[in-house]
Write a protein of this length. Structure first.
Length: 201
């Protein structure tokens, strides 16, 4: 897997984000059963930078925390059938590496620091959450339609339900964040994965 990182902002993030985000992205792909090696672009910017991108591509002249630009036109979330078509190789795969081009994640580190302070957790946890959330978009999930919004909310509730991971000092904290964000069951009050993850809380 290839992760192309670009840091266009000036704040000190304070952790080995390249290694940590690799774990989040790999776990997201594993849990969503992606059968391909993938390429993902991740850009860190500030509020003004993400505001400019938001204005250019979404016609919204406001900063936000994360933007996602998926490359694949999924027929359904995490449905990889479209990648088996005759045109898929030229459209969606890197001709040199053969990796699936998933798309771009853009995170405002400035906004992430603000939200981490508001929620009372670390910048590491916030960036892990934003990355996992964005990976859902790169895999075809959306929150514009009601049905898909409910699916994404359930996946994010799995993350929200397992609070207080700040005592975990190794990189597994962000892999667990990806698990909590993506792994879910229809019965929210009887989440098997939640109990499996209690050892990390």
């Amino acid at each position: 897997m290839t992760i192309l990182m670009e840091d266009e902002q000036e704040l000190d993030i304070g952790f080995d984000y390249e290694n940590v985000l690799r774990q989040v992205i790999e776990k997201a792909l594993e849990l969503e059963k992606c059968p391909y090696e993938c390429e993902v672009n991740v850009t860190f910017t500030d509020n003004e930078g993400i505001r400019n991108i938001n204005r250019e591509f979404r016609e919204l002249d406001v900063p936000t925390d994360v933007l996602s630009f998926p490359m694949v036109d999924y027929e359904a979330p995490a449905d990889y059938g479209i990648l088996e078509s005759d045109d898929a190789l030229a459209m969606y795969f890197n001709p040199e590496s053969g990796e699936l081009l998933l798309g771009d994640i853009v995170i405002s580190v400035e906004r992430a620091f603000e939200q981490a302070e508001n929620y009372g957790h670390s910048i590491k946890r916030e960036i892990c959450f934003l990355t996992a959330h964005s990976m859902l978009h790169l895999l075809g999930y959306d929150h514009m339609e009601d049905e898909e919004r409910i699916v994404m909310e359930k996946k994010q509730e799995e993350f929200e339900a397992a609070e207080t991971v700040e005592d975990v000092t190794d990189e597994s904290v962000c892999e667990d964040a990806a698990v909590r964000t993506i792994k879910w069951q229809a019965d929210f009050l009887n989440r098997e994965v939640f109990w499996q993850l209690r050892q990390y809380l």
